[in-house]
Design a protein around this ligand. Structure first.
Ligand SMILES: *[C@@H]1O[C@H](CO)[C@@H](O)[C@H](O)[C@H]1NC(C)=O
Ligand SMILES: *[C@@H]1O[C@H](CO)[C@@H](O)[C@H](O)[C@H]1NC(C)=O
Ligand SMILES: *[C@@H]1O[C@H](CO)[C@@H](O)[C@H](O)[C@H]1NC(C)=O
Ligand SMILES: *[C@@H]1O[C@H](CO)[C@@H](O)[C@H](O)[C@H]1NC(C)=O
Length: 449
């Protein structure tokens, strides 16, 4: 009976995910029912990249144009006055976006070495510059000016040729200074000229040409999803696009949609609730604590250490989230060595501890009931404890041995560690002398509940 139930459940899950014959209506009610393709939850770790014309000034953050000309923040005005000729415009930065060292094969190899299972590259940020030859972005795209190459297409080709990483794209619905957008906005978003001639043609173009498996939408907050025609686009995406079975999207599709509608939830930037969530979610965060785009003047202390990054990661996946860790490539097309180091460190750690991460599920406890430095996942009847701080012995409140032959292993180290039950509950585990990575340790519990 039990076996029979499992088979039926498996068949149902399988068919919902892969042989989707469901037709979705262009309403949130209908679209919100689509199951998120399973590759996404299994992946756990992705890499985000903010790369564009803002990578040229690479000053403060990727909102450079807006902060200079829109918000008119004095430090930006001062920076321009001191370093550029008087009539220099934002568009004049574009020819300096040279990307002469951009080697998409080496990026792909680095991402593979990091253990990430998906990536998301800015196809277009709020500045409107497209990193692909969009016919809807005349003279403001990476083939007409600057790199003189299809950055999106070249990276997609390398990722697909050299890795099994899922290729994804970030896309901003709105553009700060696009006259068509500003006109729609002035009229209270009653016209949709910008959506008709820019946003939608771009999104269809990206999907049809590059077949991404993830669209990380953004720039939704000023206008409703009705203005953006988001539900019409998503219904096409799920029903008849070339990626309808594998595509995953986030929740930023109009004012008020984050944490409420769409695919997985991103809620706010760096969202990390610390408790189990009922809906699949993602912690989109930055390795440079203060910016998504590269900053030439960032000191080392502005970057997360590997310990901080791993803490963010394990607290995220314990609660059912994925972590999308952002790096900022340079205008020359390189990945700064500090980001490279963090990514290679992630890969080293995941190379040892991946079994506790990929395809894991949240356990009944997300963090330990008595030890604040321990977080959990589960997989295949085993419980995994991520131990952020440890000494020669640690005490845990949550795991309960189901028999006296239950065992605990240190992943990548000794098996069958010495342990004893604690009263009223929990275990004391002896940690043997350890010459491996000094970062988060991972314990595997066999026969615990
Ligand atoms: C794919 O990779 C192989 C070997 O790494 C290389 O020979 C080939 O040219 C690449 N193809 C494309 C389309 O990049
Ligand atoms: C929005 O979707 C409706 C219904 O499919 C369509 O008639 C309209 O032209 C679309 N508008 C834009 C701007 O894409
Ligand atoms: C576990 O996490 C919850 C929610 O973040 C928190 O309230 C609680 O204090 C944590 N427990 C420990 C032992 O840190
Ligand atoms: C684990 O170690 C104990 C002694 O410390 C031993 O009795 C037991 O058989 C070991 N179990 C396994 C599965 O190796």
């Amino acid at each position: 009976m039990k076996i029979f139930v499992c088979v039926v459940l498996f068949a149902a899950t399988c068919c919902l995910n892969f042989a989707s014959s469901t037709t979705y209506e262009p309403t949130w009610d209908s679209l919100d029912k689509r199951p998120i393709p399973s590759w996404y939850d299994e992946a756990k770790f992705g890499i985000f990249m903010h790369w564009g014309v803002f990578s040229v000034p690479s000053f403060e953050n990727e909102w450079f144009w807006w902060n200079w000309k829109g918000a008119k923040i004095p430090s930006y005005i001062e920076f321009m006055k001191e370093n550029y000729p008087p009539n220099f415009e934002y568009a004049d930065f574009a020819p300096q976006f040279t990307a002469e060292f951009f080697d998409p094969d080496s990026w792909a190899d680095l991402f593979k070495a990091s253990g990430a299972k998906y990536i998301a590259l800015t196809s277009k940020h709020h500045e409107g510059f497209t990193n692909w030859p969009s016919v809807n972005s005349w003279n403001w795209n990476s083939v007409d000016v600057g790199p003189r190459r299809d950055l999106v297409g070249d990276l997609a080709a390398s990722i697909r040729n050299r890795t099994s990483i899922h290729f994804g794209l970030y896309h901003s619905l709105f553009e700060w200074f696009n006259p068509l957008y500003l006109k729609d906005k002035e009229g209270g978003f009653k016209t949709q000229d910008f959506v008709r001639t820019k946003t939608m043609p771009e999104l269809y173009d990206l999907i049809n040409n590059y077949k991404p498996e993830l669209i990380w939408s953004d720039g939704q907050w000023e206008a409703s999803s009705d203005y953006w025609n988001s539900t019409e686009f998503l219904a096409w995406l799920y029903n008849s696009s070339p990626v309808k079975n594998t595509i995953v999207v986030n929740d930023r599709w109009g004012k008020g949609t984050p944490c409420k509608h769409g695919g997985y939830y991103t809620c706010q930037d760096r969202y990390n609730p610390g408790t189990l969530q009922t809906h699949k979610w993602e912690n989109a965060m930055t390795i440079d604590k203060r910016s998504w785009g590269y900053r030439r003047n960032a000191p080392l202390s502005d970057y997360l250490t590997i310990d901080e990054l791993l803490k963010t990661f394990v607290t995220t996946i314990s609660c059912g989230g994925n972590m999308l860790a952002n790096i900022g490539p340079t205008k020359e097309g390189t990945i700064p060595t500090i980001f490279e180091e963090r990514l290679r460190q992630m890969g080293k750690w995941l190379g040892i501890n991946g079994e506790a991460v990929y395809s894991s599920v949240p356990w009944k406890h997300q963090n330990d009931t008595t030890n604040p430095d321990v977080w959990y996942t589960a997989k295949g009847g085993k419980v995994y404890a991520f131990v952020l701080e440890w000494s020669s012995s640690i005490k845990l409140g949550s795991p309960l041995a189901t028999s006296s032959s239950s065992t605990i292993d240190l992943i990548g180290g000794a098996r069958n560690l010495t342990w004893e039950p604690l009263k009223p509950s929990g275990v004391k585990v002896d940690i043997p002398a350890w010459s491996g990575l000094k970062w988060c340790l991972v314990l595997r519990f066999n026969g615990f509940e």
